[in-house]
Design a protein around this ligand. Structure first.
Ligand code: ADP
Ligand code: ZN
Ligand code: ZN
Length: 740
């Protein structure tokens, strides 16, 4: 009996989505042919009192659990593995590197619908078409709705999808149902042929020398792993480099994966892909519903989608024939997942390229310091596009020293004059202020009381338009006080500048100009962002005011003036990365000015015009800027000169998180090799109280990655056993990006 089991391998090792660092063995479901068992199949298993959908991680002959105690799996969900070995390998790597349970990593890789107990059929868009009968039928003219519908269907070669029909008429369903009842139309799943033959809808641009060099170097490396760091100022034509290398890869019959920070913010990028290539694409963005997401995932998995574009989680899109990976704006923080499995999509993408032995392009106008250092050490190949492709000139950059300046709601006189100058001569101005709302706090002029959040160590922001005080950290809100709760005074004043308040000032200063505010508050409605961007692009709005939402890759053809209203925010902060971010931001927003035939100007308001970072930023000297920042990092031994992990804990009781972290430190000190890792803390988090919970953190730092991970591997099982671990919520963050 036992011999036979060994020969047949009937035990499945299943990764289930639970926070436990192990797989679980099951007997195969009853009535299953052992030949059908494969790693990568989904399977429903009993787990405690519930049933869970897990992934078969391996099929084995023997289990360390005695067979009498093994349970049967309930049933297989797939005939063919949903996850191929490449994707499974990637999930294994992610699980190990981020010290996160494998079952949860698989769950991260799969769209929600495919984590449910149902078959993975491609039941995406369907199209309505005429039947044979319908084609040869003449509809009586008085049924005009039906006639119109039949005519529309006759003209559409591949039928009409429901989305197309929605634009056609509001209640097409009624008409369609009567046509269907007559047997004139039918609904078919949209069949997409695998278009290995790539049709180009437009010719590529004639490349300039720098672009040509970049493309040639990447082309020469298409058959193997390599990381290309494409460093090009905004508007230098990085996208064209992507498009032309993609063309070759697609023509070789391979798929391309593109990761972008946020799709809603890069509609123009999508547009350019669609304009260039006539191939099926799977686009992942936050606007998709579960069904669409699963459909797109399966399109990529089946190989039908040749181009896969998406944000962070698309790095786990299954693809049978990957040939190239592109990470656009590689420095962007949104590539780092901030809860659950805290992976960096950029780093996972690099590992994925290595596993597949294919090239990866990291593109940015302001590469991360980590990537710069990797290119200096020849691990990445640096490709530079120093000039703008279309507009030949860099914008002129000026620092406006705010010391002793008269400020009108945060706007200096030189800035106000510049706005007049540009807008009056037909240009467009973009003002950048990274703080939404009206004012960051309310202050009592008589006793100094400020509007604190009850649940956080933070102020509540005044939102004038909606008449609310809101905490941007926990979302609490309430009506603003009419009198000071401390002393009863009625003299409560909004302190500081938010975008709402600046907008109000702009309306007063420029009453006859069209002003648009673009921040999270004005773009909450679905489609609002797209509309706002369209209006801005068309040149209709003359003054644009926005938060960092506007810093990303938009093309405003008419834009001639960019101003950063408050650059001092980022220069002085507890987080060692914030100066880097402010400098990157200045370089990114500056790239927006003077794109077409207009010369651009950039104004940066600051109280510290002598600050070295600002000096480099206005000279648009990113190499010098990054050298300066790297030096700082080296002195302080921060990454990339060391490796970090952060153990965070939070609880409603203030003493608990610290207690847990202290216990964790005690565990660590007994582990061999712990002397090679520095444990900094525990300390209260910079914002200790947030959403009613107290937070503390312990930072682990080591010059060697292997030492850090070695310690953590031995340490986590011990932490999980700690009694104090049950009284807190804790999480481990490898390569943390955010020190809060
Ligand atoms: P980036 O992605 O670096 O911001 P883009 O690829 O969007 O830059 O290029 C900026 C502008 O320059 C676009 O309008 C693009 O059409 C144009 N452009 C890019 N490459 C060329 C080229 N070789 N010749 C002419 N125009 C170009
Ligand atoms: Zn008061
Ligand atoms: Zn709060």
């Amino acid at each position: 009996m036992r011999m036979q089991a060994q020969a047949q391998k009937t035990i499945i090792r299943v990764a289930v989505p639970v926070p436990l660092r192990q797989c679980f063995d099951y007997l195969m479901p009853d009535d299953t042919d052992p030949e059908l068992l494969r790693a990568g199949l989904r399977v429903l298993v009993p787990f405690g009192r519930v049933k869970l959908v897990g992934i078969i991680d391996a099929v084995v002959a023997d289990s360390s659990v005695e067979s009498a105690r093994l349970k049967h799996a309930i049933h297989l969900l797939d005939e063919k593995p949903l996850l191929n070995s490449e994707l499974m390998q990637l999930c294994h790597w992610t699980s190990q590197y981020y010290h996160h349970p494998l079952g949860e990593v698989y769950a991260t890789a799969l769209p929600a619908r495919l984590r449910q107990d149902r078959p993975a059929a491609i039941t995406g868009p369907v199209a309505w078409c005429l039947t044979e009968l319908g084609r040869s039928t003449d509809v009586p003219a008085r049924a005009f709705r039906q006639v119109a519908m039949m005519t529309a269907l006759r003209q559409a070669v591949d039928g009409l999808t429901e989305a197309q029909l929605d634009t056609h008429s509001g209640n097409w369903k009624v008409t369609m149902r009567s046509l269907e009842a007559k047997g004139w139309v039918e609904c078919r799943a949209l069949a997409i042929d695998r278009a290995v033959e790539v049709r180009l809808l437009e010719q590529g641009l004639a490349l300039n020398d720098a672009q040509q060099q970049a493309v040639s170097k990447i082309m020469a490396g298409l058959d193997r792993f390599g990381v290309f760091l494409l460093h090009g100022v905004t508007g230098s034509g990085k996208t064209e480099v992507y498009l032309q290398t993609m063309t070759t890869v697609l023509q070789q019959g391979r798929q391309v994966l593109i990761l972008v920070p946020e799709i809603g913010l890069t509609p123009q990028l999508m547009q350019r892909f669609k304009q260039r290539f006539d191939v099926p694409m799977a686009i992942f963005h936050s606007g998709l519903n579960d069904g669409e997401r699963a459909y797109n995932w399966l399109q990529a998995q089946s190989g039908q989608a040749r181009i896969v574009i998406g944000t962070r989680s698309a790095v786990f899109a299954a693809m049978p024939e990957p040939g190239l990976i592109i990470v656009d704006e590689e420095h962007d923080l949104s590539f780092k997942q901030q809860d659950g499995c805290r992976y960096s999509a950029r780093d996972v993408a690099i590992v994925r390229a290595r596993h597949n032995d294919i090239p990866i392009i990291l593109g940015s106008a302001t590469p991360s310091l980590e990537s710069i250092m990797n290119s200096e050490q020849q691990r990445y190949q640096l490709l530079e596009l120093p000039e703008r492709a279309a507009a030949a000139t860099h914008p002129a950059m000026y620092l406006v020293d705010l010391k002793h300046q008269h400020l009108d709601e945060g706007l200096s006189e030189p800035l106000i004059n510049k706005i007049h100058e540009h807008v009056d001569s037909g240009g467009q101005a973009l003002l950048f202020l990274n703080r939404r709302g009206y004012a960051p706090t309310l202050l009592c002029h008589d006793c100094g009381w400020t509007s604190q959040c009850q649940r956080c160590d933070a102020h509540m922001t005044l939102h004038q338009a909606s008449g609310r005080l809101r905490c941007h950290h926990c979302g609490s809100e309430r009506r603003p006080d009419s009198h000071c709760p401390a002393c009863g005074s009625a003299d409560l004043r909004p302190i500081g500048q938010g975008t709402e308040r600046t907008e109000e000032a702009l309306q007063r200063l420029f009453p006859d100009k069209r002003i648009a505010r673009i921040d999270r508050d004005t773009t909450r409605r679905k489609g609002a962002m797209e509309q706002k961007l369209k209006d801005a692009e068309s040149g209709r709005d003359q003054i644009l005011l926005g938060t960092q939402l506007l810093a990303k890759g938009h093309h405003f053809p008419n834009l001639s003036l960019v101003a950063v209203l408050d650059s001092d925010q980022g220069l002085f902060s507890a987080d060692f990365r914030s100066a880097e971010r402010m400098a990157q931001l200045i370089m990114q927003v500056s790239g927006r000015a003077g794109r077409a035939d207009r010369a651009g100007e950039v104004l940066i308001q600051t109280h510290h015009p002598e600050h070295e970072l600002l000096q480099y930023a206005v000279r648009q000297d990113y190499p010098a800027l990054s050298r300066y920042l790297l030096q700082e990092r080296q002195t302080a031994q921060w990454p990339p000169y060391s490796y970090l992990a952060m153990l965070r804990a939070e609880a409603t009781q203030q003493s608990m998180p610290i207690q847990f972290l202290r216990d964790a430190v005690t565990c660590a000190s007994d582990i061999p090799g712990s002397d090679k890792v520095m444990l900094l803390g525990p300390v209260a988090a910079p914002m200790e109280k947030r959403a009613g919970r107290y937070r503390a953190q312990l930072l682990l730092q080591s010059p060697e990655r292997a030492d850090l991970h070695g310690l953590i591997s031995a340490w986590l099982p011990q932490i999980e056993q700690l009694k104090s671990s049950r009284k807190v919520r804790w999480s481990l963050d490898i390569d943390p990006q955010d020190m809060f």
